[in-house]
Design a binder for this molecule. Structure first.
Ligand code: ATP
Length: 257
């Protein structure tokens, strides 16, 4: 389990252009932390630094867990997949495991694959080619792939951006259960402030040259504050909520963790 993600005094620039000069934050187990801000603010750059894909000019990132090596799951916005890619969804999800494709999985890995596919409701299209899935189904498959190793930290980069409101909410309900029931720390980037208001515990607002952390989502009700970050303030729609029944009864035992 994650004890703490600590980002200290991060400085990142590209070709002499500063993205941030001194960015610090910490996220704890079980928390849903949102990162919001306009295009080009540096949101994805932060996730890339946490994933270790990008080396900051200075600063540090510590992922403290109660075991040896932190496991980080990542769900992208949407990734182009060849329509004809000859890989079934179950094999695609299985690629998130250390051993890769299904035939090589250990008994324990198979059990966790089965559990995660059940939890994410991907079992129903397990045999369908990944390239033939709808946008919503594909995002579920990406989420499942990010979960099969039971991550300590889950990063979502606009992972619900192309989904309809109901599918967005279904995905976020799953993510919330992962956070609360497994004590996983979640950082999610979104341009949908209604979704952020509904799901985030805390958030970071970021724009070129400035950022701040808010301890609650109440800041989203302050247009004058949002105007400091957005040229055009996105709407926060209170009526965004879509009722969901089916996702609350799906068990998530984590027995094979
Ligand atoms: N590899 C790179 N080389 C040069 N510049 C980069 C690179 N990656 C990001 N940038 C620049 O850094 C800034 C922040 O980019 P980033 O992708 O983190 O923004 P973002 O907030 O995620 O934007 P969006 O909401 O559009 O996804 C942008 O000005 C971008 O052009």
């Amino acid at each position: 389990m994650l004890r703490n993600l600590q980002v200290d005094h991060l400085q990142v620039s590209f070709n002499g252009q500063e993205v941030y000069t001194n960015l610090s934050l910490n996220v704890s187990a079980g928390e849903l932390f949102a990162v919001i801000g306009p295009n080009g603010a540096g949101k994805s750059t932060l996730l890339k630094c946490i994933l270790g894909l990008l080396k900051p000019q200075s600063g540090s990132i510590r992922i403290e867990t109660d075991h040896k090596k932190a496991i980080v799951g990542y769900v992208p916005q949407s990734r182009a997949i060849d329509d004809e890619a000859p890989i079934e969804t179950k094999d695609f999800i299985s690629l998130g495991q250390c051993s890769g494709l299904l035939p090589w999985l250990s008994k324990k890995e198979r059990a966790s694959l089965q559990e995660i596919m059940h939890f994410t409701d991907t079992t129903r299209f397990a045999k369908k080619a990944i390239g033939k899935l709808s946008g919503g189904e594909r995002q579920r498959a990406f989420l499942a792939q990010a979960l099969v190793r039971y991550p300590d930290l889950l990063l979502l980069d606009e992972s619900t951006a192309n989904l309809d409101p109901e599918a967005q909410k279904e995905m976020m309900e799953l993510v919330k259960r992962v956070a609360r029931e497994w004590n996983v720390a979640v950082i999610f980037i979104s341009h949908d402030l209604s979704l952020v208001k509904e799901y985030a515990d805390r958030l970071m607002l970021i724009a070129p040259g400035r950022h701040e952390i808010s301890e609650s989502t109440a800041i989203l009700d302050q247009p004058e504050k949002l105007r400091q970050y957005y040229r055009k303030v996105p709407e926060v729609d209170e009526e965004h909520a879509v009722p969901l029944d089916s996702f609350h009864d799906r068990p998530l035992n984590g027995t094979v963790r």
